[in-house]
Ligand binder design. Structure first.
Ligand code: ADP
Ligand code: ZN
Length: 207
C-alpha cells in the first residue's frame, strides 16, 4: 500500500510520517529531505535544486523525478511507501501515475498564520535532524545528540510566504485530483492528537 501526505508547510507532515513509519512500516519518502541529503554531499543535482529551494520555488519536474525514481528503485520501498512532499502539482501527480499507484491520501489542514508561526519558530539539529520549536525549547543545542540547532535556509519569512503561495496555487488542486481516496484531518498542537485519527484510519485499511 502506498499513501501520500498533503498539507501546508508547518502542518507536521514529517512528524506524522515518522509515527506512521513506526507503527505501519511504510517507508517515508520526502523529496525535500532527498534534496537536502544531496546538498549536504555537495552533489551537482542537489546544488541545482538548492537554487530553487532557497527561494521557496518548486524544483523543475525532470530533476525531481530523477531523485524520486532513484529512491523508489531501492528494495525497501517494496513494502509500501508514504510520500511526503511529492506530488506538489497536478503535473507531478500525472507523472506519479505512470510510476506507481496511490491508495490513500491524507490531508492535514492548518490555518495560514499558524503555518507561518510554526516555520518561523522551527529549528533543526545539524547533527541528527531532530526538529524543535523555539516556543517549547529554548536551548540552541540538541538534547539528543548535542548538535547545534539551526534554522533551515528556507525558513525565512520571504521564502516561507512563497512556499505557502506555491502550496495554495499548485498543490491544493490535488485535493480534487485525489477526491476519491482522501482522508482529511486538522493539525493539532500535540502531534499525538494529530496522529490518532490517522492511526485508526490506517488500521482499518491495512488488514
Ligand atoms: P516544505 O514542504 O516545508 O517546503 P520540503 O522539505 O518538503 O519543505 O521541501 C523543501 C523544498 O524542496 C521545496 O520548497 C522545493 O523547493 C523543493 N521540493 C521538495 N519537494 C518537491 C517537489 N515534489 N517538487 C518540486 N520541488 C520540491
Ligand atoms: Zn541532534
Amino acid at each position: 500500500m502506498n499513501i501520500l501526505l498533503i498539507g501546508p508547510q508547518g502542518s507536521g507532515k514529517g512528524t506524522l510520517a515518522k509515527k506512521i513509519n513506526r507503527d505501519f512500516g511504510l517507508v517515508p519518502i520526502s523529496t525535500g529531505d532527498l534534496f537536502r541529503e544531496l546538498i549536504a554531499k555537495k552533489e551537482k543535482l542537489g546544488l541545482e535544486a538548492k537554487e530553487y529551494m532557497d527561494k521557496g520555488l518548486l524544483v523543475p519536474l525532470e530533476l525531481t523525478l530523477k531523485i524520486l525514481k532513484a529512491r523508489l528503485s531501492q528494495p525497501d520501498c517494496k513494502r509500501g511507501v508514504m510520500f511526503d512532499g511529492f506530488p506538489r502539482s497536478i503535473e507531478q501527480a500525472e507523472a506519479l501515475k505512470e510510476i506507481t499507484n496511490v491508495d490513500w491520501v491524507i490531508k492535514i489542514d492548518l490555518p495560514y498564520e499558524e503555518c507561518i508561526n510554526r516555520m518561523l519558530s522551527r529549528r533543526v539539529c545539524k547533527g541528527c535532524g531532530a526538529i524543535y520549536s523555539t516556543t517549547t525549547y529554548s536551548s540552541d543545542t540538541c538534547e539528543k545528540c548535542g548538535g547545534k540547532l539551526v534554522q533551515r535556509d528556507d525558513d525565512k519569512l520571504d521564502a516561507i510566504k512563497t512556499r505557502l503561495e506555491v502550496y495554495d496555487k499548485q498543490t491544493t488542486p490535488l485535493i480534487d485530483f485525489y477526491a476519491d481516496r482522501l482522508f482529511v484531518i486538522s493539525s493539532q498542537d500535540d502531534p499525538e492528537d494529530t496522529y490518532k485519527p490517522v492511526k485508526d484510519f490506517l488500521k482499518g485499511k491495512m488488514k
